[in-house]
Design a protein around this ligand. Structure first.
Ligand SMILES: [Zn+2]
Length: 344
């Protein structure tokens, strides 16, 4: 049995209908929405990833992000771990530049995927500014559970990734690229925790664990869905449209902290997900580019204090616990609202 550690589970199939919350304020916003209908929006969540703890018995095998199904004893994560363990004991290993793939019975998938893996690592490395020094190659363990909504996961602090081959032995290129995107996302988590050791500083269930969650998810989504060349490559404009839509042009708010906390427990709503998808682009574009991200992680590694780290790198504290914004609200959250919506 695994130690009671923390886990990130990458869930797919959380195909949100992307219907925004019903505005209690009436139809005013509806008239101002330029995006029209939810159907016009990209499906951000073809590879969605709520987080949960291995010490919990709650699984988030959901088809709707807002609904968490508690399953006693049979968690998605438990299934996944069992499958992964079974896979790891058979089949061979394919070594790539940065990964050792324990492919089980899916050697051809490993060979196909290998073409997309160098970029998965280098994208995460370049964004986070950390090369996994001293930890060696990251292990990727295949398993296949097409009925699961979990597309992959990793344990905070560990040097491995578990990848669900949702399409079994198929080597269709778009599937391989989707796997590559998952690997890029999880690699960013691996590097993040190796660099910062925040998993040792903050227990998963604590406030610090929630703060850790929004920061690492923001960076991982940025890596996989914005920068990774075989991923979705969302533009700032697309992300801004999503935030505009799901926040009702800023009238609906969720603090960054709340988004991390709710994501951790599988109760994130559409706005929470859009925030985790879009914060990284803002952090990369606001101020010093990726250097500011690198500096933030350096400071987090030494102090573990989120507001100190961001203040040193960006000149502003996060404002992570509130949804206050305004010309005189000197927080990153406030600037983030302005960055995407053009107003506070
Ligand atoms: Zn993640």
């Amino acid at each position: 049995m695994r130690k009671l550690t923390t886990i990130l589970a990458l869930l797919v199939g959380l195909t949100l209908t992307l219907a925004p919350p019903s505005p209690a304020q009436g139809s005013i916003l509806e008239n101002t929405l330029t995006l029209g209908s939810a159907a016009a929006l990209p499906d951000l969540w073809s590879g969605q990833e709520p987080v949960y703890s291995s010490s919990q018995t709650v699984a988030y095998e959901t088809t709707s992000v807002a609904v968490a199904l508690p399953e006693t004893g049979v968690s998605a994560e438990g299934d996944a771990v069992a499958l992964a363990a079974a896979s790891a004991t058979s089949g061979g290993v394919l070594s790539t530049t940065y990964y050792d793939i324990y492919y089980g019975q899916w050697e051809s998938v490993a060979q196909g995927l290998s073409a997309y893996l160098d970029a998965a690592f280098t994208t995460a490395r370049d964004v986070l500014g950390y090369d996994n020094s001293g930890y060696g190659k990251i292990t990727i363990t295949f398993y296949s559970d097409p009925s699961s909504s979990t597309s992959g996961y990793m344990y905070w602090g560990e040097n491995g990734i578990y990848l669900n081959l949702l399409y079994g032995s198929s080597i269709t290129d778009s599937y391989l690229q989707s796997y590559g995107s998952t690997v890029a996302h999880e690699t960013a988590h691996v590097l993040f925790f190796h660099e910062t050791n925040l998993d040792e500083r903050y227990a998963y269930t604590t406030v610090g664990g929630s703060c850790t969650t929004w920061v690492t998810e923001a960076l991982s989504y940025y890596v996989s869905d914005v920068v990774y060349p075989y991923g979705d490559q969302y533009s700032a404009s697309t992300l801004g449209s999503l935030l505009y839509y799901y926040s009702w042009n800023g009238q609906w708010r969720s603090s960054w902290y709340a988004s991390g906390r709710d994501y951790k427990y599988g109760t994130a709503d559409s706005l929470d997900l859009v925030q985790l998808e879009s914060i990284g682009q803002f952090l990369a574009d606001y101020g010093g580019g990726w250097d500011a991200i690198h500096q933030t992680l350096d400071e987090l590694a030494s102090s573990g204090d989120f507001d100190t780290a961001f203040r040193l790198a960006y000149g502003l504290e996060t404002g992570q616990f509130t949804t206050s914004s305004g010309a005189f609200v000197n927080t990153l959250y406030s600037q983030y609202i302005y960055y995407y919506l053009g107003h506070f």
